[in-house]
Design a protein around this ligand. Structure first.
Ligand code: IPM
Ligand code: MG
Length: 358
């Protein structure tokens, strides 16, 4: 039986990077016997333009019926003036929420070939391998009440940071399970010195840790964690944290690896379905110019193969093809620095496909 995938290119550089991931998929199907079918759907600004809805019902239904979904990116200046509920980002937040994709895995791994592209000194990031496990369907992103109201003659904006014990427990379990496949160290990041919500977070994560005696648990306040990530990032193995802190820390972790253009992510639900997307976003400033780095999307496809299709073997092939291409010196503009002449999105895709065929 063929696996069924849904591809959602989205906006900005999304379609360009997705085109290269699709070519990798085609190559896996033709040359490596991967039994897979795929179809396309609309999300974000592209869906607003076609259906006046950033997540049309047919896209959500297709994602729910698929074994896994690969997404490019959403958003752009064209849709920024639209009311909040109809913005492209809402499409992304809704698909995460509607599908219950609570466990967001954001690995930050440094390909050794790219150590010079990091903003930190090479010795601080050599062999960096961190996994950020971000809670994705709760916290202040979704908490009620929220809004902007009138109070004493001025407007007041408010949001709610809220986590239930069950939400904390399941994301903690995701983190410990992931740690078991790595160095078995989990660092839980919170703001328990100030926030009650974090106090509960810390208590529940500590309780869950008792079920994983083979793993070690430490706690860190988020401000310190941000500092430690740029001071001595290799101290971390798995970092587990809430939605907002995870959003911020994962961008920091991404930059340590040289370029946010390299980082994949997986968002998983309790049924084992996943939404896979590059961390980088739609980069409207370079959209349509063939400059975007397709590797984060190709590496997201590798995560899809591993987590949703149980094809860790093919995931490793894709990852090592990416490593070989980087070792051969190919760099898209985000990675090139001043030393080398950048290659196009498509040339990078070509090189990965060529590696996979060899
Ligand atoms: C991310 C992005 C999204 C988020 C935006 C686009 C809504 O920054 O996936 O990290 O904040 O979760
Ligand atoms: Mg983000």
């Amino acid at each position: 039986m063929s696996a069924r995938l849904l591809l959602l290119p989205g906006d900005g550089i999304g379609p360009e990077v997705m085109a290269e991931a699709e070519r990798v998929l085609e190559c896996l199907k033709t040359h490596h016997g991967l039994a897979v079918e795929w179809s396309f759907g609309l999300i974000g600004g592209a869906a607003i333009d076609a259906h006046n809805d950033p997540l049309p019902a047919e896209t959500l239904e297709a994602a729910q019926a698929a074994d896994a979904t690969l997404l490019g990116a959403v958003g752009g200046p064209k849709w920024e003036a639209i009311e909040r509920a109809l913005r492209p980002e809402r499409g992304l937040l809704r698909i995460r929420s509607e599908m219950g994709l609570y466990a967001n895995l954001r690995p930050a791994m440094l390909f050794s070939e790219l150590a010079a592209a990091s903003s930190l000194r090479p010795e601080l990031v050599a062999d960096l391998d961190i996994l950020i496990v971000r809670e994705l369907t709760g916290g202040i992103y979704f908490g009620q009440p929220r809004g902007i109201r009138e109070e004493n003659g001025e407007r007041v904006g408010y949001n709610t940071e809220v986590y239930s014990e069950s939400e904390i427990e399941r994301i903690a379990r995701s983190a410990f399970e992931a740690a078991r496949k790595r160095d078995r160290r989990v660092c839980s990041v919170d703001k328990a010195n100030v926030l009650e919500c974090s106090e509960l977070w810390r208590e529940v994560v500590t309780r869950v840790a008792a079920d994983y005696p083979d793993c070690t648990l430490s706690h860190m306040y988020v401000d310190n964690a941000a500092m430690q990530l740029v001071r001595a990032p290799k101290q971390f193995d798995v970092v587990v944290t809430g939605n907002l802190f995870g959003d911020i820390l994962s961008d920091i972790a991404a930059m340590l690896t040289g370029s946010i253009g390299m980082l994949p992510s997986a968002s998983l639900n309790a049924r084992g379905q996943g939404l896979y997307e590059p961390v980088h976003g739609s980069a409207p400033d370079i959209a349509g110019q063939g400059k975007a780095n397709p590797l984060a999307t190709i590496l997201s496809l590798a995560m899809l193969l591993r987590h949703s299709l149980d094809r860790g073997d093919l995931a490793e092939r894709v990852e090592s093809a990416v490593g070989s291409v980087l070792a051969s010196g190919l760099r898209t503009a985000d990675l090139a620095g001043d030393q080398s002449k950048p290659v196009s999105t498509q040339a990078m895709g070509d090189a990965v496909v060529a590696q996979l065929q060899s």
